[in-house]
Design a protein around this ligand. Structure first.
Ligand SMILES: [Zn+2]
Length: 157
């Protein structure tokens, strides 16, 4: 799966990451929201990013049909681990979560959370990606630090 950013760069979702996202779609009435982090790389000398890994929800995350809160500490350890394993190339790129709707759009809570994460996260990138997995469609927004609202990416066929 591949998206184009507002600045003309690409965001590529690797096959293993896409499998995690698609595998957590809320297809049944009792399926809970799921989510995790997007880990990956900026391709040097380009505006392109690759999501290598979508981390799995963990037991301690608070999940319901209509909400998902990721607990922070183990997640931070996972980012550090990925960074070391990849000799510094694999970084935190953003967050993903599911919605129980076909074509997802961010809730007010989502936008508030994203803004808080963008403001608080120390990252070498000026923006982070926020992905929502709907039942039939995946959408991605890029939130640039210092801006007031996220910009949606365009999915490429
Ligand atoms: Zn949401």
């Amino acid at each position: 799966v591949r998206f184009r950013t507002s600045r003309g760069g690409m965001l590529d979702i690797s096959a293993p990451a896409a499998a995690v996202l698609v595998g957590h779609r809320q297809l049944t009435p009792d399926a809970l929201e799921a989510g995790g982090m997007l880990l990956g790389r900026h391709i040097k000398g380009t505006s392109d990013f690759v999501v290598d890994e979508a981390t799995l929800p963990i037991m301690k995350d608070r999940r319901s049909r209509f909400s998902f809160f990721r607990i922070k500490k183990p997640a931070q350890n996972r980012v550090t681990e990925a960074w070391f394993e990849s000799h510094g190339s694999c970084n935190y790129l953003g967050e993903w979560h599911t919605h129980p709707e076909d074509d997802p759009s961010p809730s007010g809570t989502d936008e508030g959370n994203w803004k808080r994460i963008v403001t608080k996260t120390r990252s070498e990138h000026t923006s982070l990606f926020f992905l929502i997995v709907g039942r039939t469609r995946i959408r991605v927004w890029e939130f640039e630090r210092g801006t007031s609202a996220p910009a949606e990416l365009t999915e490429l066929a």
